[in-house]
Design a protein around this ligand. Sequence first.
Ligand code: IMP
Ligand code: MG
Length: 177
Amino acid sequence: MAELTVLISKDRIQERVAELGREISRDYPDGPLYLIGILKGSFMFLADLSRAISTPCRVEFMGISSYGRSTRSSGEVKVTKDLDVSVEGHHVLVVEDIIDSGITLTYLLNVLEQRKPKSLGIVTMLDKPERRQRPVQPAYVGFEVPDEFVVGYGLDFAEEYRNLRDVCVLHDGPEPK
Ligand code: IMP
Ligand code: MG
């Protein structure tokens, strides 16, 4: 049976989100700042982060297929939901739940570069730098985490656990396929 242990408590998350919000507000004094949440994992982080940013923001979403029901990336990426608006000439921050191999974001950044934003950055709640296969440099990182499968605060395993307030390690999950 799956077992959960708290890795990052909800209080630490909220403190860090407030700090990130202050940094981002300082670095982007002029709006509009486009926050592009990557579905579905970033929804909770985006909701909290956007409220911690004082710069005028616009919230958009993109869908990218990655893991399916397995805990390891298939290496295949595709856009399943595209932006509804043009971001040309605007500051864009991609909001991610976690960067693992970096495959998803490498692909996504290429797609977004072609839309000619004024600037393009990444803010990720969690980073697993040990697992990187592609060089992705997030401008803002909430927490670095070890090479463990984590759930909660938006992150899922097979669509479960997204609603947990803490980030937890999922033990005894199925082995990678
Ligand atoms: P990457 O392309 O390997 O960087 O994959 C990033 C995506 O994989 C994230 O946006 C998550 O949706 C998912 N992912 C990576 N590691 C974890 C994890 O530990 N728990 C839950 N989802 C994860
Ligand atoms: Mg994701």
